[in-house]
Design a protein around this ligand. Structure first.
Ligand SMILES: [Ca+2]
Length: 150
């Protein structure tokens, strides 16, 4: 991951030739557009698996210390955000994420800076290492029912 704030990457899952892939951009707007395009029930969920109907999963976002949703958990209610996970002893700490009804963003650095990964589907992530995010999250937003500024 690039530690230079001016060189951040904006990432969201996508589908390439019916297989899961990560779309990465140097600008935020096209990433958000791609996240908006691949919504619930689209090819994204079919490619990724581990996805649910939105009504089946909670409105809050749960992050976990270890892979497979084990260890200490941390909950972000719908529409809320945490600018410094270190204030809760949880900087660069999380390794898996439970499925959430709403879109959310995780950030490499505090104050929603550095690389961003936005997920706009009710999919759980069993191990963040596979996408390069293990023990890296420093701030997080659960966009809630309003969603991100599409
Ligand atoms: Ca970090």
């Amino acid at each position: 991951m690039n530690e230079d704030l001016s060189g951040s990457l904006y990432m969201t899952p996508t589908v390439f030739e019916e297989r899961p892939a990560i779309a990465a951009y140097t600008e935020r707007v096209p990433m958000v557009r791609e996240a908006a395009r691949l919504r619930v029930g689209t090819e994204l969920c079919r490619a990724y698996g581990y996805c649910y109907e939105p009504s089946q999963v909670p409105s809050y976002l749960d992050l976990w210390e270890h892979m497979d949703w084990q260890g200490d958990g941390f909950r972000i209610p719908a529409g809320e955000k945490v600018s410094r996970l270190g204030d809760y002893g949880a900087n660069d700490f999380f390794s898996s994420i439970s499925a959430c009804r709403f879109a959310y963003s995780i950030f490499e650095h505090v104050d929603y800076r550095g690389n961003e990964y936005m997920l706009n589907a009710p999919c759980s992530l069993s191990y963040l290492a596979g996408m390069g995010w293990n023990d890296k999250i420093s701030s997080v937003i659960n966009w809630g029912p309003a969603g991100p500024p599409w």
